[in-house]
Design a protein around this ligand. Structure first.
Ligand code: SF4
Length: 112
């Protein structure tokens, strides 16, 4: 990708955690280019932010497919899907495979 092109990212997060989390941590980290977003330039934008749809991540395949036409480059899995102090996601490996199979770059984390 050349510098002048806008880089588009999508964030997938845990549907269970979304009941209590409005996603502020993810957006703050992105807006301030911190943690897992620190290497992005000002030409990067969040194109999509959605939950997995509940176990076992049933929305992910379908939504990634529809995101292809919006030319999303990178998919971040939110930190809540991977941290020890949240319920451990029993489907995380399958979810990662789904993202890779969609042909998008995978980043495992957002703000922690
Ligand atoms: S599949 Fe994983 S990320 Fe999705 S709701 Fe279940 S535990 Fe959360």
């Amino acid at each position: 990708m050349t510098d002048h092109q806008t880089k588009k990212i999508a964030i997938i997060r845990c549907d269970i955690v979304s009941e209590t989390c409005p996603g502020v941590g993810c957006f703050m980290a992105f807006n301030n280019r911190k943690e897992y977003f620190k290497n992005y330039g000002s030409n990067t934008e969040i194109a999509a932010f959605f939950t997995c749809g509940g176990c076992s991540g049933r929305r992910i395949y379908r939504l990634l497919k529809s995101l292809k036409k919006f030319k999303v480059d990178v998919v971040h899995l939110s930190s809540c899907m991977q941290m020890a102090n949240y319920p451990k996601c029993p489907h995380i490996e399958e979810i990662k495979r789904t993202v890779r199979n969609a042909g998008m770059e995978l980043v495992e984390g957002t703000h922690h």
